[in-house]
Design a protein around this ligand. Structure first.
Ligand code: DLL
Length: 432
């Protein structure tokens, strides 16, 4: 089902007109309420009236995560606190968290876009949705929760963790949809097998996985292990939370709710728009938010936009599965490496588990990439010769695909820490 056919199947011209009208209002709102952004506009001699259509978006200044940090906690809000009914925050890796605030209208809009994404994923009011994203300051839990209620499906608000209980409830309540991070989905399957439960005996049919990058190979692995259709959902707190975009059942890119969140793809070095269809950094402007509207927010996520017609009938532009974040990209002796590329190599090998950790060390003046990876139970052997052979094979496969050499350390199954939220894949010791 398409939740809002008029919008989700609008023509490009209709969409541009909606975006343009809304952008004009958002620019006024921000100019008159956020001194730091007003200063940026004044610096380039721009007035709100200079924005006449969506084509003028590219003239506006960017917003960075540092702008939110510098205005911590509430300096980027454009309404008095009496109108803010909820806050969320994302911790990030360094410094103060980024705080976002929602008005009543913002919460209604958020629930509505999440409902759209659930429909894209093929979820209906007959489904029982287990929300295993964390509830709290993280936007995942509550974001999915209200979207599910708004659809009219049944929500099980279990939050993250408590893995055995999650599985117990899946059995007892007949959960048909699980929403969690892809890494936690893998962990769920691992615990199911420890408990002697065959996922085929459960009622699971759809997984709504996001909040972290995951490769196509990881999708295949999860689909095979959990016996469900794995749908990618994307979002970020600064824009709204989950529900910015989501795959439909065709699983070719995520439809962006672009009547609210207008995407652009820029070259992160020149800040210019890339050629249509090229990969670059995703930038979002919100055009309906009241609490904390944001213009040209640089997400650091790398992807490309797909404007081709989708078989589902939606015309909402799609963003390809994220390649990774530009700040997660490792540069090892001049070669760019994304954790997702290593993940693909590991998942294509039958001997390894998709649980791994990358460590970057500086030895003298050289950067050394170390990979810790779990070996599948049946391949784990006491024979040193066999394990050495496997190490060599992994090293060779990574070398031939990525052109870099790695030190491989094989570890026993279940050695690498599992988390209920976002998986930590990289430890960069060079920065310390
Ligand atoms: O992760 C919101 C969310 C919750 C999305 C639940 C989907 C499901 P933040 O904590 O602010 O918000 O983190 C946002 O996570 O900039 C991306 O780098 C990454 N991310 C989110 N979804 C995906 C995805 C939530 N599907 C940051 N694929 C974003 C790849 C993703 N990366």
């Amino acid at each position: 089902m398409i939740w809002n056919e008029k919008i989700e199947c609008a023509s490009r011209d209709e969409m541009a007109a909606i975006q343009g009208e809304r952008l004009k209002q958002t620019v006024q709102r921000i100019y008159h309420n956020i001194p730091s952004y007003r200063a940026k506009m004044q610096e380039i001699g721009m007035l709100p009236g200079d924005v006449r259509s969506i084509d003028d978006l590219k003239k506006l200044p960017f917003t960075n995560k540092t702008d939110l940090r510098d205005n911590y906690p509430f300096g980027m809000f454009t309404v008095p606190m009496s109108e803010i009914v909820r806050v969320h925050a994302s911790s990030g890796t360094t410094g103060k968290p980024t705080v976002v605030g929602y008005t009543r209208n913002d919460l209604n809009m958020w629930a509505d876009v999440v409902t759209r994404t659930l429909c894209m994923a093929g979820v209906s009011r007959n489904d029982i949705v287990q929300v295993a994203y964390g509830y709290g300051l993280f936007t995942g839990g509550l974001g999915m929760h209200y979207g599910t209620e708004n659809l009219g499906a049944t929500v099980i608000p279990i939050s993250g963790g408590n893995t055995q209980k999650q599985i117990q409830l899946m059995q007892d309540f007949g959960t048909s949809v699980i929403a969690c991070t892809p890494s936690y989905a893998l962990f769920l399957s691992e615990v199911m097998s420890d408990m002697g439960i065959d996922p085929a005996d459960l009622n699971l049919r759809v997984g709504i996985f996001g909040a972290e990058p995951w490769s196509e190979s990881m999708r295949k692995e999860i689909e095979a292990k959990l016996k469900l259709k794995a749908i990618d959902i994307y979002g970020l707190s600064e824009v709204i939370g989950p529900g910015v975009s989501c795959e439909c059942e065709h699983q070719v890119g995520m439809h962006i709710n672009e009547d609210h969140f207008v995407p652009e793809i820029i070259n992160p070095d020149t800040f210019e728009a890339v050629e249509p269809g090229e990969v670059g950094e995703l930038v979002f402007s919100t055009v309906t938010k009241e609490g904390i509207p944001i213009l040209r927010y640089r997400t650091r996520d790398l992807t490309r936009l797909i404007y081709d017609k989708c078989e589902c009938g939606r015309t909402l532009v799609r963003m390809e599965k994220c390649k990774g974040r530009s700040d997660d990209m490792l540069i090892i002796r001049g070669v760019n490496v994304f954790p997702s590329q290593i993940e693909t190599v590991l998942l294509e090998m039958s001997e390894t588990e998709p649980h791994y950790l990358l460590m970057v060390e500086r030895e003298g003046t050289l950067d050394v990439l170390k990979l810790m990876v779990e070996v599948q139970e049946q391949f784990f052997s006491d024979e040193i010769r066999q394990l050495e052979g496997l190490k060599k094979k992994i090293k060779h496969n990574i070398q031939s695909l990525l052109g870099i050499s790695v030190d491989v350390k094989l570890v026993e199954p279940k050695t690498i820490e599992r988390t209920a939220g976002k998986a930590k894949r990289v430890i960069d010791n060079r920065k310390i």
